[in-house]
Design a protein around this ligand. Structure first.
Ligand SMILES: *Cc1c(COP(=O)(O)O)cnc(C)c1O
Length: 824
């Protein structure tokens, strides 16, 4: 809260017009988030993306009476006679100044988290681990920007005794501002990657900028095994306050003695101040393990006694980062936020709901479970919830759980129905009768609200390949972290992005700022250009019949022979071009396309006579970079390439880029990264060497069309090949070999995940359908099933059963399998 006169003092107000003296309790930067105009100060932010002044009229109409603006006062005051106006030079700075002044009022510990990944997860884990012992204020979701941080810090209040805020930056100068707003006393550095690298000269520069958050911290927690981070901590003078954890160095303040994962759990044993403690967590991925270790370090500093209770670690819940939006039945829209439930995230979800209401008359429905472990007294908690529901104008409220039912008097005046359990609600007539509504489903995990979501969402009666674009970006980052920051990257999106779909992929990769895309043929490149992809594109198999397409769309050919080169030079000459980029391929031993290493001399002579083309890069391809048995061969290939590439480059007027590593090469031979690497299968979350840390990208799913009971002895499918050896429940799926679900997966070779059961195929796979045995599964018609891409049924496993590789399986999925893209 801040008074009108404080605003004037704090924000360097140039001129103001004050009509009333009401205190400011809410800072609003986005007009769509307005609920109750009482106590609101609207801050008209001005940026490349928009101008907040445009919304003043509307907000005034809705009752807002205080505005922070940049435009001259006289333009506004006569139009809106009842409002306070404050003019400042820069409204964003004013917002930040308000937050800085607010922060100064509190002296409890504040944890500040930064790093390239994992900020939100560490914050949410800390909240889960500490909420029994502290009253915590924290950034909602991932509010970590120049706007999000001040709005988060503004939520600090007298009732709290611990703050947890994250800070994210994308350019120099930003962190110093965030540090003044958050003023953390405890710093956590999660990890460093290449995200937002574009505005920094080097990784070190970015690191140093990030560390500015910690200058006034009493302690800084970091991974001391990461050399880059360790050095940066040392050179910024933070070492004395550092609490580095290590898996290698026994002398580290927190030594991680052992990490052992089983299928679903990981046990972490740490040693500090002579004590040994073990924790079991319900995750096995590397990122979660590191995130938990950061949390252990925070607890060690903040309240070591808490470390003797391992129970909260076992109960850690995954942090769901996304709100899913789905088409529902009966004209409904369904927003699924059924992974976690706390008071802070409820408001954000309601805000999201408010923005999704498509037509003004659309009803808003909220389905909410008891809120567990809020740290508030139930009475206060549910009164606050009721106030939110009123403010956000929810039309119908379904309350599920005993606590909510006990507090029903708090919800007077709201149209609500109380159900004791999720099952009760699922059986109710009321749930079935919702139509034309925007339904927000939000529940604590144990209420299993995903069942409600399934019930209300429209089932997609199709076979779909679901593609997680966020994971693709994370995989790019993963491989970037294996190479030097200055090494460039080509992403291979040939064969329609290995079957995943090249356009969506290209857009995602453009956002990741990779340097080149590579397609197989000119038409693939043309399609990308027509849909607006601007980055350099290499065509790996250019055909002379497509030269005009190539030149028209600025596509850069791979050139692998003299005859191809002569034809291309003739075309460029005809078009009067100069220095058109080409990429020279050398055959270093694979014996597919490419110039022989002995051709370099002649090639150089020819190129020197033809300035219409310019060698942008020289490259070769490894045949067996994933097979240790052939490492000698691989090294020989690299030597051959090195020799040939340097021989050619030395004769050319410019300095071409050199590259040889594919995904397997990046993983196993990164010392030979030269100027650039070519990432292919790894993009799609598949590591040729079984490397960990990649994110799954694709999931092939289908829907059960029909279920039937078949008595033992009856045959199933063509050729009567599958005979039921017991009374079977058979499910029919709309996917067959014409979709790319190969015929050899029939007769039990293939398996399909139904619920949590793996069900074998029965009989031969047909052209458009196949049958599976769901006797053991709790299957129903309309149920979505997974054919591959779930950790329980990985694509590698299906490829192995087919005696092929994931490359073939993915790229041969037919175009009629609908591609469905999503982001977290
Ligand atoms: C396909 C291809 C790649 C990518 O290979 P991955 O094994 O998928 O990483 C790299 N270079 C060339 C020349 C390719 O054709």
């Amino acid at each position: 809260m801040v008074s009108v006169s404080e605003v004037t003092d704090v924000c360097k107000v140039l001129e103001s017009r004050l009509q009333h003296k009401g205190d400011i309790t809410i800072l609003l930067t986005d007009s769509r988030s307005l609920t109750n105009p009482q106590g609101v100060l609207f801050i008209a932010l001005v940026s490349k993306h928009g101008d907040g002044h445009k919304y003043i009229e509307e907000l005034y109409g809705r009752g807002v009476r205080s505005f922070m603006i940049e435009q001259p006062l006289h333009l506004w005051i006569d139009l809106f006679p009842e409002a306070n106006f404050f003019r400042v030079e820069n409204t964003l700075k004013a917002l930040q100044l308000l937050a800085i002044a607010h922060r100064k009022k509190f002296s409890y510990p504040v944890i500040g988290i930064t790093g390239s990944n994992g900020k939100t997860v560490v914050k949410e884990f800390l909240n889960q681990l500490l909420r029994k012992d502290f009253s915590i204020v924290r950034s909602p979701r991932s509010y970590n920007s120049q706007i999000g941080v001040p709005l988060s810090v503004w939520n600090m209040g007298e009732g709290h005794n611990l703050g947890i805020f994250e800070a994210g930056i994308s350019r120099v100068g930003e962190m110093a501002r965030l540090a003044r707003i958050i003023k953390p006393t405890i710093g956590v550095f999660t990890c460093i990657g290449t995200a937002h690298q574009e505005n920094f000269k080097t990784m070190e520069e970015k690191l140093q900028e990030k560390l500015l958050l910690f200058l006034d911290c009493r302690v800084v927690i970091y991974n001391a095994d990461n050399e880059l981070i360790r050095n940066a901590i040392r050179s910024s003078g933070l070492e004395a306050r550092g609490l580095g954890w290590s898996m290698r160095d026994r002398s580290a303040p927190l030594f991680v003695e052992d990490v052992t994962s089983t299928e679903e759990m990981t046990s972490i044993t740490v040693c500090f101040m002579g004590l040994i403690e073990s924790f079991v967590i319900p995750f096995t991925d590397k990122a979660s393990i590191e995130n938990v270790i950061h949390c252990i370090a925070v607890l060690l500093y903040l309240k070591p006694a808490m470390l003797s209770n391992a129970d909260p670690f076992l109960k850690l819940e995954p942090v769901a980062m996304r709100l899913e939006l789905k088409e529902g039945n009966h004209g409904n829209i369904v927003i699924n936020d059924s992974y976690n439930n706390d008071y802070g995230s409820l408001d954000i979800a309601l805000d999201f709901q408010q923005r999704r209401v498509r037509t003004p008359g659309m009803r808003r429905v909220l389905i909410l479970s008891d809120i567990l472990e809020s740290g508030m007294l139930p009475k206060t908690l549910y009164r606050n919830v009721a106030a939110l529901i009123r403010d956000r104008k929810v039309d119908k409220f379904f309350a599920v759980g005993r606590e909510l039912a006990k507090q029903r008097t708090s919800f007077e005046g709201i149209d609500c129905s109380f159900y004791e359990t999720t099952a009760d609600l699922l059986e109710s007539q009321e749930l079935k009768s919702i139509s034309g509504a925007c339904i927000l489903i939000k529940g604590a995990r144990q209420f299993r609200f995903e069942q409600i979501c399934d019930r209300l969402s429209k089932q997609v009666h199709e076979t779909t390949l679901e593609i997680n674009l966020q994971s693709i970006a994370q995989n790019v980052e993963h491989y970037s972290s294996l190479i030097k920051p200055e090494t460039k990257m080509i992403c291979m999106v040939k064969a329609r992005g290995y079957g995943v779909g090249s356009y969506e992929l290209a857009k995602t990769l453009e956002d990741c700022h990779v340097d080149y895309l590579a397609v197989a043929v000119a038409d693939e490149g043309k399609e990308l250009r027509e849909r607006g992809v601007r980055m350099p594109i290499i065509v790996m198999n250019p055909e002379p019949t497509t030269w005009s397409t190539l030149l028209e769309y600025k596509l850069e050919p791979e050139i692998y022979s003299f005859s191809l080169l002569r034809k291309f030079m003739a075309a460029t000459m005809e078009h009067g071009l100069r220095s058109y980029p080409i990429h020279i391929k050398v055959d270093s031993g694979m014996h597919r396309l490419g110039f022989s290493p002995n051709d370099m001399d002649e090639l150089a002579q020819l190129l020197l006579l033809h300035p219409e083309v310019e060698v942008a890069s020289i490259f070769s391809h490894l045949s067996a970079a994933d097979t240790p048995e052939f490492d000698q061969f691989t090294l020989q290939q690299i030597r051959t390439f090195d020799h040939a590439a340097h021989a050619l480059a030395a004769r050319l007027p410019n300095k071409p880029l050199m590259h040889i590593l594919n995904t397997a090469g990046i993983e196993r031979f990164s010392e030979y990264q030269y100027d650039m690497v070519r990432l292919g299968i790894g993009l799609y979350g598949i590591s040729p060497n079984g490397r960990e840390g990649l994110q799954g990208v694709v999931r092939l799913r289908s829907t059960i069309l029909q279920i039937k009971e078949i008595p033992a002895g009856e045959p199933v499918g063509y050729g009567c090949k599958g005979v039921c050896d017991h009374n079977m429940r058979i499910a029919v799926l709309p996917i067959g070999y014409a979709d790319g679900y190969r015929r050899c997966l029939g007769l039990g070779v293939g398996q399909v995940l139904v619920g949590d059961k793996l069900c074998p195929t029965v009989g031969n796979i047909c052209m458009d359908t196949c049958m599976i045995d769901v006797t053991e599964a709790n299957a129903f018609e309309g149920q979505r099933v997974t054919l591959f891409g779930d950790p329980r049924i990985p694509i590698e496993e299906i490829a192995t059963r087919l005696d092929t590789i994931p490359y073939e399986l993915l790229s041969s999925l037919s175009p009629r399998v609908k591609r469905l893209y999503y982001r977290e």
